[in-house]
Design a protein around this ligand. Structure first.
Ligand code: DNO
Length: 350
């Protein structure tokens, strides 16, 4: 069975561990240290304390999402080595505290991005939406863009400076920087017994002239080949990869599982609205373009038993909270996913 887990933004999260614990079939927590600046080493005591807090609620600390990768590493500057060394030490410290899985991404500047946070759906609930047209019209030099779920926020000047630097970075250069990072970090991860899981780029295409590389099957294959180890794995995010209709998600899952390269799963449904545009919807297949039954079937039949979490939910029943990360809709998603899993396991046994 997969380990059902739930993202929790720490003590400041409106969603409390006690609430999460009451969701049927819930086993694990996905969280991070939110008070360590990006690039600094995570102190082992703080990690231990976080783990104790989670365990006191009767749940396991399943995944750290994320240990953010400093921009200097992605840019491959002369300061990169210092931040790579810090990253390695953080991985060692996480291993020492007994953490076994770490999610990260290699998206330059912006993490996941949406153009509308409260799009009203026909049933009155609200969900996140992305439309490339809006991004194309957006004056990034003069306007702020940030989402509550991002690990980093920048001042106006920092942002413009960073965007400027990336204009000189090609896709291949970004790949080289990822390669260097993985070649250094994975051996440490193996020793510390901490599985890494790169999150695909969300959305999976360039934005504001800044390259994005973790976008499709070839890219995931390429990542896994950089260092050939199950510790160099993938966070299979159905919503991110599903935004490109050319991605055959169940086929990708089957091929990655053959090599034991899925270390974490984000299950989210989206409705495609056209070229580079999508609406986040409730988890069941009927609401969007992600066939959740086929996803779970590919995972079960591929022998996946690692952590999975319902990704972004809508806001329902009057809840207000972190966009995408309220309690109710994600809880419904979790139980639906476990239902699919139970049915598929029992059916396969017949
Ligand atoms: C969005 C999340 C991402 C994810 C990071 C992983 O909701 O899936 O922010 O945590 O990209 O590093």
């Amino acid at each position: 069975m997969m380990e059902m887990s739930f993202r929790w933004y720490g003590e400041l999260d409106k969603v409390k561990l006690e609430n999460i614990k009451q969701i049927p079939c819930m086993e694990g927590i996905v969280t991070a240290l939110y008070d360590v600046p990006v690039g600094e080493v995570w102190p082992v005591e703080k990690i231990q304390k976080l783990k104790e807090t989670v365990e006191a609620s009767g749940l396991r600390l399943s995944v750290i999402e994320s240990v953010p990768v400093h921009e200097e590493i992605k840019l491959g500057t002369e300061n990169a080595q210092k931040y790579i060394d810090n990253y390695k030490q953080t991985i060692r410290n996480l291993g020492q505290a007994g953490i076994d899985t770490v999610c990260y991404n290699f998206m330059p500047v912006f993490d996941w991005t949406r153009t509308e946070m409260e799009f009203v759906l026909p049933d009155g609930s609200t969900g996140l939406r992305y439309e490339q047209e809006t991004i194309d019209k957006f004056d990034i030099e003069n306007n702020d863009l940030s989402l509550p779920g991002w690990d980093v926020s920048y001042t106006r000047d920092e942002l413009n400076d960073l965007i400027g630097k990336y204009q000189k970075i090609s896709h291949e250069m970004l790949w080289e920087n990822l390669q260097k990072f993985l070649e250094e970090v994975i051996p440490v991860a193996i020793e510390a017994e901490v599985k890494l899981a790169i999150h695909p780029d969300d959305p999976p295409w360039d934005m504001f002239g800044i390259p994005r590389i973790i976008t499709n099957e070839q890219a995931l294959e390429r990542v896994t080949k950089i260092v050939d180890s199950p510790y160099n794995g993938i966070t299979f995010c159905t919503g991110s990869l599903g935004a490109n209709s050319e991605n055959d998600l169940p086929a990708m899952i089957r091929s990655l599982l053959k090599k034991n390269r899925i270390n974490f799963v984000h299950a989210r449904n989206i409705a495609l609205l056209g070229e580079k545009a999508f609406q986040e919807v409730a988890h069941p297949s009927k609401y969007g373009n992600v066939d959740m039954y086929e996803i779970i079937k590919a995972l079960v039949e591929g022998g996946y038993e690692g952590p999975i979490r319902p990704d972004h939910g809508r806001m329902i029943w009057g809840e207000a909270g972190n966009y995408g990360y309220g309690l109710y809709d994600r809880a419904l998603g979790a139980v639906y996913l476990k239902g699919l899993e139970e049915a598929i396991i029992k059916d396969d046994k017949k």
